[in-house]
Design a protein around this ligand. Structure first.
Ligand SMILES: [Ca+2]
Ligand SMILES: [Ca+2]
Ligand SMILES: [Ca+2]
Length: 270
């Protein structure tokens, strides 16, 4: 081997060493900053979570989908998010309405960058969907792409269709709205508990299921503002859902149905 090729090999070696060193730093230096193991009974811990209550999915032509405090509670070491058919709750002509639970950490826990992880079991019945997601910065602010605000859907789960969706939305929800999405189908995910993870770095968002990376994206430019967590059920009777690959049509005879969350844990980079 001549001098030049020795130098070349040394440089390659140094490059690989630095690369694996950087990788190790990313994997090892997480510091727990927030967790809820959902032990106990009754309402979720009010020092960590708000439980919003309003007509979340208003439909002028059919039953509405409410968020209700009653539909999130602790039981057997899990957070339970329930969906129900309920009596019509407002002054329209619906024969019934629907309700489900929602938790958000707005004003109670917010963080910029880090690792955001949930362990949970998807519900299996059609007509509603569940999600672990973040609102980072000001999502409704049009301009500056997603850097000033992004909705990051760590996962949206459709157990009835063996489907998981991961997504980023920015620049509001009107005509300037933009998004990137990634869907995957896996029948194993509708059985038992699984972990869904977002690693949010200044340069990139990385998504994982059971520790395996499923998607990596910069979305609309990685958001540089802190964000809060949401764990939610959603039920809508809007026509775009009927027969669709999304949640499909709600059917009152199917409910109640339940989304179980064992824990949520958040880490910052040390
Ligand atoms: Ca109604
Ligand atoms: Ca924006
Ligand atoms: Ca638990």
């Amino acid at each position: 081997m001549n001098f030049k090729s020795t130098i070349f090999l040394l440089m390659i070696g140094l490059f690989c060493y630095n690369l694996s060193n950087a990788q190790q730093k990313i994997e090892k230096n997480w510091k727990l900053t927030f967790s809820d193991e959902f032990n106990g009974s009754g309402a979720p811990d009010p020092s960590k979570w708000n439980t919003p209550e309003y007509n979340r999915r208003n439909n002028k032509n059919g039953p509405d989908g409410w968020w209700s405090k009653e539909d999130s509670y602790l039981e057997n070491g899990n957070l339970v998010i329930r969906v129900r058919a309920i009596p019509n709750t407002n002054n329209d002509n619906d024969s019934i309405d629907y309700s489900c639970g929602a938790l958000e950490s707005k004003g109670k826990f917010e963080q910029k960058y880090g690792k955001f992880e949930i362990r949970c079991q998807l519900p299996k019945k059609q007509g509603w969907w569940v999600a672990f997601w973040m609102m980072q910065g000001k999502v409704s602010q049009v301009g500056n792409e997603g850097v000033d605000g992004s909705e990051v859907d760590i996962f949206e789960g459709f157990g009835w269709g063996d489907k998981i969706n991961q997504a980023i939305h920015w620049d509001g929800y009107g005509k300037e709205h933009k998004k990137v999405t990634h869907a995957l189908y896996n029948s194993k995910l509708s059985e038992g508990f699984h972990t869904y993870t977002l690693e949010w770095y200044p340069e990139v968002y990385k998504f994982f299921i059971d520790g395996v990376e499923t998607w990596s994206t910069t979305g609309g430019g990685v958001c540089n503002q802190s964000g809060h967590l949401l764990i939610t059920g959603e039920i809508s009777t809007d026509s775009w859902l009927a027969g669709s690959d999304w949640a499909n049509q709600p059917l009152p005879g199917l409910y109640p149905d339940y989304f179980l969350v064992d824990w949520v844990r958040v880490y910052s980079l040390k």
